[in-house]
Design a protein around this ligand. Structure first.
Ligand code: COA
Length: 325
């Protein structure tokens, strides 16, 4: 049986930092409100980087940490909801920037669960024997699709990219179990429209508004708590693991309160949940990749440790992966 290991990680966030006080200059909010409701203190907002620029930087770092060359990469999967173009995909643009001439490349959209979906997709290509090394990227310039007048959403998000290199291995380690799910009937609680219908038959009375994220915060909160709790339980059962076996959980970084409730419901100590949302906010498809890269860099993750990656997001989607490091 072919096993799938993570052999390198990387991340990138823009230099420009926007604090809660900075946001309070734009909308009627406060550092106290944002911090107490979400745990977020600041986020990175792009002033120059495109989605592909951030993805490229994270990818370069992941390839370097994997100790391979771009010629080893056979497939690039990029999870994003904020591409620079309808076509080409961000993955193709990054392939060109990397000069990874031997790889295929495509994007996928699973909103904030995108990194988990991309990792699971990559692992299927490796397990099937089609490819040996796959570059996975989660990236979003979510600031492009925020309504900066809407205090209920604009305070929550930030821009960034996370990446990982997955490799085939004969050694029984790496991805132990994974699960993905979606509930399209709940899409109205978190969505962003695309461009409107436009052709010679359509006449708008007013110019259509710029697309921006719309959210029913409390419904999303309830979905997140339920789906993340259930998904962790499911992946543990699939992997024949217990809560005690898990060294770290890298959850989607949306809200400290969501993670607190999940930890309580799952009987897993909160200290096991790696968190960086205080510094980056919710970076959508990128958040799990950035957090994983930071966790790796702490040096606290040792060979043989069990970690869980778990995400939720628009769709509504959710998913988790259990990994032996
Ligand atoms: N600053 C100050 N006040 C704000 C505010 C802000 N940024 N945003 C909303 N408010 C106000 C509301 O208008 C409301 O005022 P009212 O009581 O006078 O009507 C009050 O704060 C409470 O709003 P509510 O929406 O009930 O707050 P909440 O406790 O549910 O917290 C969220 C709001 C968004 C932080 C919370 O619902 C949440 O985190 N949901 C999940 C969102 C998420 O994770 N999305 C991404 C998924 S990938």
């Amino acid at each position: 049986m072919r096993h799938v290991n993570i052999i390198g990680t990387g991340s990138y966030t823009p230099d420009n930092t926007m604090s809660n006080d900075d946001i309070a200059k734009l909308v009627d909010t406060s550092d106290e409100w944002i911090t107490s409701r979400t745990g977020i203190r600041e986020r990175r907002i792009s002033t120059k980087e495109s989605t592909a620029d951030m993805a490229y930087e994270a990818a370069k770092r992941a390839i370097k940490s994997a100790g391979i060359t771009v010629d080893d990469i056979e497939l690039i999967i990029c999870a994003t909801i904020t591409p620079d173009y309808f076509m080409p995909s961000v993955a193709c643009t990054v392939q060109g920037m990397l000069m990874a001439h031997k790889s295929a490349a495509f994007d996928l959209n699973a909103a904030c669960t995108g990194f988990v979906y991309a990792m699971v997709t990559a692992s299927q290509f490796i397990q099937s024997g089609m490819y040996n090394k796959v570059l996975v990227i989660g990236v979003d310039t979510i600031s492009k699709i925020l309504d900066w007048q809407d205090r209920s959403t604009c305070v929550l998000f930030g821009d960034g990219a996370g990446a990982a290199v997955l490799s085939a291995s004969d050694i029984k380690r790496g991805i132990i179990a994974s699960t993905l799910s979606s509930d399209g009937s709940k899409q109205s609680i978190l969505y962003c429209e695309a461009i409107p219908l436009a052709n010679p038959y359509i006449k708008y009375k007013e110019e259509p508004a710029r697309p921006s994220i719309k959210m029913q915060g409390q419904e999303v909160f309830k979905f997140a708590v339920r789906s993340v709790t259930d998904t962790i339980k499911k992946v543990l059962t699939m992997g024949n693991l217990t809560e005690e076996d898990v060294k770290f959980l890298v959850s989607h970084q949306a809200n400290r309160r969501i993670i607190d409730v999940v930890a309580k419901n799952s009987n897993i100590p909160i200290e096991k949940f790696y968190m960086n949302l205080e510094r980056y906010g919710n970076t959508s498809s990128a958040s799990i990749g950035i957090a994983l890269d930071e966790l790796v860099k702490t040096g606290d993750l040792k060979s043989g440790d069990i970690i869980i990656l778990v995400g939720f997001g628009g769709g509504m989607t959710s998913g988790a992966i259990a990994i032996e490091w």
